[in-house]
Design a protein around this ligand. Structure first.
Ligand SMILES: [Ca+2]
Length: 316
């Protein structure tokens, strides 16, 4: 439980401040919450290795466009770039919802541990979703819209967990994970829908410690509307934002290069299925200071050249 010793403080101007001791609550909670969620380090499941050709291609094509979205997925249709990660969810489709085409992720009992083929019965495959290449070298930002239904605000109804994942590095087994999502599980008995301390809240997974950190909900938070989840790596830390407000930050030594982006849910093995609507998954390169300076210098040279041409034309 939270302790005054060595607190890891989560702050945010519009969040209730929360303090956790990394050695206690978050780690304990992680081991109880969502078994198998972070076993990817020993069982690589990402399938977008970058080879030398990709790296050169990215260096040539992507870096000059640094600062522009590497992709924005509006889910007008389901891009075939999305491929199964770990285990295919019951639904991962583009549907009409709230006036636009959205991604609908559905987690169902048919894919529970008890109902999966024996080779996939491990809790590792309770995490169900899809991934697409991130295609960003260097610094990056990953964001998405998520519709937080009031049906998730329950202490007796179906357990839910869904999150946006960013996997960094250039190899399956390397890099780090930025994971930002929400749940309504109990922090002490997460697989028990009848637990007495269930509450809806956002959370981030700290892969360095294997911790799951509760982030609460922003002040004035409302259900049944869209919220923006954003994660960035701007040089030394993963920074986590809810609706534009920084809610958590942690150091990482492996934040470079967005290898893949994922939308995941967790299968709790309940009879009832649940769906989560996502939209506008966006990966963006953040210009390196040196690169940005280079771009500005290049633009200045172009402007100087245009000016010189105009002068020559005016003189002739
Ligand atoms: Ca859309």
């Amino acid at each position: 439980m939270p302790s005054a010793a060595d607190p890891l403080t989560v702050t945010g101007s519009n969040l209730a401040q929360q303090s956790y001791a990394p050695a206690e609550f978050p780690r304990l909670a992680f081991r109880q919450v969502l078994p198998g969620l972070l076993r990817s380090k020993v069982t690589p499941e990402i399938i977008f290795p970058m080879n030398r050709f990709h790296l050169i291609l990215l260096a040539v094509c992507v870096l000059p466009a640094a600062g522009h979205a590497q992709f924005t997925d509006t889910f007008s249709s389901l891009d075939p770039a999305w491929v199964t990660n770990r285990y295919d969810p019951a639904g991962f489709e583009s549907v009409q919802f709230d006036g636009d085409n959205r991604l609908r992720l559905t987690i169902a009992a048919t894919d529970s541990a008890a109902n999966r083929p024996p080779a996939f019965s491990d809790a590792f495959y309770n995490t169900q979703g899809r991934a697409r290449p991130g295609d960003v070298l260097g610094l990056w930002s990953l964001s998405a819209q998520v519709f937080v239904s009031s049906t998730f605000n329950t202490t007796t109804g179906p357990l839910v967990h869904s999150a946006l994942w960013g996997h960094t590095g250039t190899t399956n087994a390397g890099g780090d994970y930025l994971i930002l999502g929400f749940t309504n599980t109990s922090p002490t008995d997460p697989l028990n829908p009848a637990a007495g301390d269930r509450a809806f809240r956002f959370h981030a997974v700290d892969t360095e410690f294997g911790d799951l950190l509760d982030l609460g909900v922003p002040a004035g938070f409302v259900f049944d509307t869209w919220h923006t989840l954003t994660g960035t790596f701007a040089g030394s830390t993963f920074d986590y934002f809810i609706d534009g407000a920084l809610v958590y930050s942690r150091a990482t030594a492996a934040g470079d290069n967005l290898l893949s982006a994922m939308v995941q849910g967790y299968n709790f093995g309940q009879p009832a299925s649940y769906s989560v609507y996502w939209d506008d998954v966006t990966a963006t390169a953040i210009p390196e200071p040196a690169a940005a300076t280079g771009v500005v210098a290049g633009l200045m040279l172009v402007l100087v050249g245009v000016q010189a041409m105009r002068k020559r034309r005016a003189a002739s």
